[in-house]
Write a protein that binds this ligand. Structure first.
Ligand code: AMP
Ligand code: MN
Length: 277
């Protein structure tokens, strides 16, 4: 789940309260894009509500020209290398955002960089989603999806290729920070073929990744079966995630996304956590 520490709309505390009081969640992880800035606040809000809180992060990586998200669960948020990396990624996002702003200006939409920065907390971790919201507000597009399809998506006119670290480097980093690496939403990447998707899972496993998001807020039941197949074939643990960003978004509200199918080895086992369900 994402908070205002990256491109979500609820603060870490609001998100924890909503998940517990409205969603009935009992184990929760905050996994903001490329930052752990919201984790301490989230933990302070989650634990008094009786939830088991898992500190997390969702790190952007590059594999075969695609941005692949690798989630780290149970990471130590005081780990120096992790914090150095997140600081660097925040700067890298800012440099990318300035360039996106220049490209959008050339396409007839000036001032978007400044506007996007104003949507972030403390001007850190600006995301393409912030730009998409600005374009929507300006009337440049009618939906967030259209903003990605016309301007911000891979290969579109305001897309800026970013030198994210490799999957391998990020899995190692997560391990050095004491966490478990999870391949996030395997169905959301635009890969050329099923064969290439298979290759992605294989190289994630070769890097030492331990788990795969089997149930995601954004995928069909048949794709869940494919993820289960990978989990079994490679001995990966399974996780479920809503990928919640905002109440207005298309992702399920925390606690309402699908549970893991029976017979799966949950990533919670690996983290030494038992859900009350
Ligand atoms: P960034 O990490 O800045 O590249 O932005 C990633 C965020 O943009 C994700 O959290 C998604 O919510 C959103 N996003 C990425 N691609 C798309 C897309 N094709 N359609 C809609 N939202 C997208
Ligand atoms: Mn993601």
């Amino acid at each position: 789940m994402h908070s205002t520490a990256s491109d979500g709309t609820l603060t870490p505390s609001e998100l924890m309260r909503a998940a517990r009081l409205k969603g009935g969640v009992d184990v929760i992880a905050l996994t903001d894009h490329d930052t752990v800035a919201g984790v301490a606040e989230a933990r302070s809000a989650a634990e008094p509500l009786g939830m088991h809180f898992v500190p997390g992060i969702e790190i952007s990586t590059l594999w075969s020209g695609q941005c692949i998200h690798v989630v780290g669960l149970g990471v130590d948020i005081t780990n120096a290398e992790l914090l150095e990396t997140t600081a660097r990624l925040s700067t890298q996002r800012d440099v990318r955002a300035a360039e996106i702003g220049r490209l959008l200006e050339g396409l007839g939409w000036p001032g978007m960089y400044e506007k996007a920065l104003r949507k972030t907390t403390s001007r850190i971790n600006v995301s393409r989603l912030h730009f998409a919201k600005c374009l929507l507000e300006e009337g440049a597009v009618r939906t967030i999806q259209e903003a990605f399809d016309r301007y911000l998506g891979n290969g579109r006119p305001a897309f800026v290729p970013t030198p994210w670290q490799s999957v391998d480097e990020v899995v190692q980093l997560i391990h050095r920070a004491g966490g478990v690496a999870v391949l996030a939403h395997p169905g959301r990447y635009r890969l050329a073929s099923d064969w290439e998707r298979d290759l992605l899972v294989e190289s994630f496993v070769d890097s030492g990744g331990e788990a795969i998001e089997v149930v995601s807020g954004s995928q069909s039941g048949s794709f869940t079966q494919m993820c289960l197949g990978w989990a079994r074939r490679f001995g990966l643990y399974a996780s479920t995630g809503s990928d919640f960003h905002s109440r207005a978004g298309s992702r399920p509200f925390p606690g309402s996304q699908g549970q893991l199918p029976g017979g799966t080895r949950s990533v919670l086992d690996l983290l030494g956590i038992r859900s009350r369900d």
